[in-house]
Design a binder for this molecule. Structure first.
Ligand code: ADP
Length: 232
């Protein structure tokens, strides 16, 4: 991959966008921005904007397009000086998709939608715990830490993200269905859309995405999901 392109990950909360982004950054030396992480940093600041962002995120809703635009512009200033730039969590609605068109200019946008069943994401998100020191993610539903609430890697405390509480997960999924899902149509019409079945294990998903990016797999995979089963 030599030509610069912007890679956009679509997919419900818990679809595995962050996991795939981390691996692609390592494998293909791409730059990346997770708007969720960048906004969590902003939300940690004791400023008016920081407090507003935190309250919005804790309700499971989208922060204002203006704040997101500020974050994205800040991180994407020199994106053309890379083999590629991955966006995890942006765009999340049509207004943000239009903004991305403007920022990208002639740089091609590639969109990958990681489709997952709703029950799978609920299971993933409700069990997710993050280490307060090293940031490592564990999951009490799939790979519980050896000692409850203690990070296996560094021994620090594990916590649950406030937006991973059951009511908030439901709200995030609703926001996803209403605001983000329509982007699949938007990008399908533009001819730059690819889907991968995110119910499979992370290695398999990664192989499919890599093959797509390197041109080894030209046609979109057809995940065996019915529209009502899937949140994507
Ligand atoms: P997830 O994708 O699992 O929902 P993220 O960590 O990407 O989690 O995002 C967490 C929260 O950050 C979202 O629920 C939302 O409040 C906020 N957020 C992230 N990206 C955006 C965006 N592009 N526009 C508006 N809000 C965003």
């Amino acid at each position: 991959m030599t030509e610069c392109r912007i890679l956009v990950f679509l997919g419900a909360p818990g679809a595995g966008k962050g996991t795939q982004t981390t691996r692609l950054v390592r494998e293909f030396q791409m730059k990346h921005l997770s708007t969720g992480e960048a906004l969590r940093q902003k939300a940690g600041e004791d400023t008016l904007l920081g407090n507003q962002a935190r309250e919005t995120m804790e309700r499971g809703e989208l922060v204002s397009d203006d704040l997101v635009a500020e974050v994205v512009r800040e991180y994407m200033t020199d994106f053309r000086n890379s083999t590629g730039f991955i966006l995890d969590g942006f765009p999340r609605n049509l207004a943000q998709a239009e903004l991305l068109e403007e920022i990208a200019g002639k740089t091609p946008i590639w969109v990958i939608n990681i489709r997952v069943d709703e029950e799978v994401v609920i299971n993933r998100l409700s069990g997710r715990r993050q280490c307060t020191e090293c940031g490592r993610i564990s999951n009490v539903n799939f790979s519980p830490p050896r000692q409850e609430d203690v990070c296996d890697a560094c021994g620090a405390k594990l916590v649950q993200r406030p937006d991973d509480l059951p009511d908030v997960i439901q709200r995030r999924l609703q926001v996803y269905r209403e605001q983000t899902k329509p982007l699949a149509d938007f990008y399908t019409k533009k001819g730059c859309y690819f889907e991968v079945d995110g119910n499979q294990n992370a290695d398999t998903v990664f192989k499919r995405i890599s093959a797509h990016l390197t041109g080894e797999e030209s046609s979109a995979e057809s995940p065996n999901l019915s529209a009502d089963q899937s949140v994507a």
